[in-house]
Structure formats: C-alpha cells, structure tokens
Design a binder for this molecule. Structure first.
Ligand code: ADE
Ligand code: ZN
Length: 323
C-alpha cells in the first residue's frame, strides 16, 4: 500500500453522517435539512457551508471532540496514512458552547488515543473563518499563538473566499508567524488566480489551501514553482463543488508538470463523498500517477508539514522504509 499524508482537512468537516446522526440523537436535534438517506445534502458552496455549520453544532462536549479526532485519524491510519494535519476552528467551538482551549485539548486527547492505537502522527492548524470576519480571525490567531498546545503548529484562514480581502488578515498572520506557527491560507478555490497572487503577496504562506486556480495564469504557476510554494490540492472537493467540471479538467497534472509542489487532500471528506484513500485513487486513475509518483506526493506533504525536525525525519524514514 502507498503510504499517505494529509495536510488539508477540516476536522468538523470530517464527521461522517452516521456520527452526526448519533450526535443529533444525543442532543435531540433534527438534521433532516442537511442529511438525507445517510448522506449530506447541499447544492452549492453556501448550502455546503450551512450543512457544515449545522453538523458542527452537534459537537458540544470535550468527549464529542475527542471521539471525532480519534475516529477520523484511526480511519486515516487504516488507509495507510502516517501523518495528518487538520484544521480546527475556535469559532465553531464557541458556537457549540465550549471554550477554544477545552476544544483544542479534547481534539488533542483524540489525537493521542489514535496515535497509541495506530501510530499515526498528527498536528492541528488553528483557522479563522473569512465569513465570520476579521476580528474573529485575529482572535483565532491570538488563541493559536498563546494556547501552548504542543500539537498546534499552524495557523490558517478558511471560509468563504468571496468575502473579505487579504490585506485585512495581515495582522492575524503576523501574530501567528511571530509565535513560530506554520502559515497556510485558502485561496484559488472559489476565486480565480488573482486570489492566489493576493495571498502570496500579502500573507507570504509556505502553503496554499487549494491554489489550483493559479492555472489561469501561467506566470503565477511559474512563481509558485520557483518559490517552492506547496499546494494543498483537493480534487474530489473541487469537482464536487463544481470548481472544475471533471477530473479530466482538473489542473493537478499540469501544475505538477510545471514543477509546482502538489499534495492530495480530502478537505471535508463525507460532504464530497471522498476520503484521502479516494484522493490517492483519483491520483492513480485520473492523473496517471504510479506508486512512485504517489509516494513522491506523500514525501512533498511530509517535507511541507508543520512539524519539528525530529518528527519530520522519523516520518521520512517511515516513508522510505515503506512501513
Ligand atoms: N472547502 C472549503 N473551502 C473554504 N472553507 C472551508 N471550510 C470548510 N471547507 C472549506
Ligand atoms: Zn479547505
């Protein structure tokens, strides 16, 4: 089995419908607006976010969150994943009535349980959410910078890219950078190549969440390759959301051929009827990557991971040893 690593998954978006249904029963809530016949239902990015927020509201206690990260990471490990970074959201925690610190500690507890069972290594990237606003993004950055949790190693911004502008987020990212956190930001998913350029110019991340619409400007593609920016590509998400009409239209192979550092990720797996395993299958079946090329994708992810030197060396040794 090809060993895998993931850099881009939103932990609330990793909750499978059957787990969300159990949570709904636990809290006596009706989820028929966004789960039908055991599957999430939505029809565009806005309704996807509404379903995502509705499901997120059903994770309320520390044990709910510990179970969520434990389940997700255990399922990843079963599919040959040795490293996972997932996005956390203090705003979603607050909305569910739990403090960001208790939420982060609980997710960390689930990460430790999963590691004890399977050996999977993992880290958290705290995110702010664009459609909630710049103040909350700065509050998330301040939380990330001072929380002191050893498994929080990055900061990012997600949410509706059509709202807000990169200039507004500079201060939040400076807070995170000064605290020594890795930096990634969503861009070039719903919005075009200009958004990727704006992210690079204003935020100076080492990685871009998605970034795939950079393909609309070949000078920008060259810049991404020259500067070694890593793209957290999520083809299943992009095709489900209609960013590209089909995998044949997806720019992953072109970006890779142009020398960009590309990785494969699941984003919000059950919402897009995907998994990290399926993303690697798409790599094999649609992008014609053989085992060696898929292993190189994993190596790119580990090289770009927000981990200390020792952990990176151990992960690379594991990858090179094929175990
Ligand atoms: N695909 C996505 N894009 C932006 N923000 C998100 N939050 C959860 N999933 C997201
Ligand atoms: Zn995302």
């Amino acid at each position: 089995m090809v060993l895998k690593a993931e850099l881009h998954c939103h932990i609330e978006g990793a909750a499978a419908p059957d787990l969300v249904l159990k949570q709904a029963q636990k809290y006596g809530k009706d989820v028929s607006a966004f789960i039908k016949d055991g599957s999430f239902v939505w029809h565009d990015f806005t309704s996807f976010l509404a379903a995502y927020d509705g499901a997120s509201d059903l994770f309320r206690s520390e044990e709910d969150y510990a179970r969520l990260s434990e389940h997700y990471l255990t399922s990843l490990a079963r599919d040959g994943c040795i490293y996972s970074e997932f996005f956390t959201s203090p705003d979603h925690a607050l909305k569910s009535g739990i403090s960001p610190a208790a939420y982060t500690n609980a997710l960390g507890e689930g990460m430790q349980r999963a590691k004890a069972k399977t050996g999977i290594e993992s880290r958290m990237i705290v995110t702010g959410v664009r459609h909630i606003g710049v103040e909350s993004i700065e509050a998330s950055a301040r939380f990330a910078a001072r929380c002191g949790h050893p498994l929080v190693t990055g900061f990012g911004v997600a949410g509706d890219e059509r709202m807000g502008s990169f200039e507004d987020y500079v201060r939040a990212f400076e807070i995170a950078r000064e605290a020594g956190l890795g930096i990634t930001i969503h861009a070039g998913e719903l919005c075009g190549w200009e958004s990727v350029q704006g992210a690079l110019d204003h935020i100076r991340p080492s990685r871009i969440g998605h970034g795939v619409r950079a393909i609309e400007n070949l000078d920008l593609v060259k810049r991404i390759a020259d500067e070694g920016i890593v793209l957290e590509c999520c083809p299943g998400s992009n095709v489900a959301l209609g960013v590209f009409g089909s995998f044949e239209d997806h720019p992953f192979p072109k970006l890779r051929d142009a020398g960009c550092k590309v990785t494969l990720n699941s984003d919000d797996p059950p919402y897009f009827w995907t998994s990290l395993k399926r993303e690697y299958d798409i790599g094999r079946d649609n992008f014609r990557l053989d085992d060696k090329a898929l292993t190189a994708v994993t190596r790119t992810a580990i090289e770009a991971a927000f981990v200390d030197k020792k952990t990176r060396a151990a992960l690379l040794a594991r990858l090179n040893g094929g175990r």
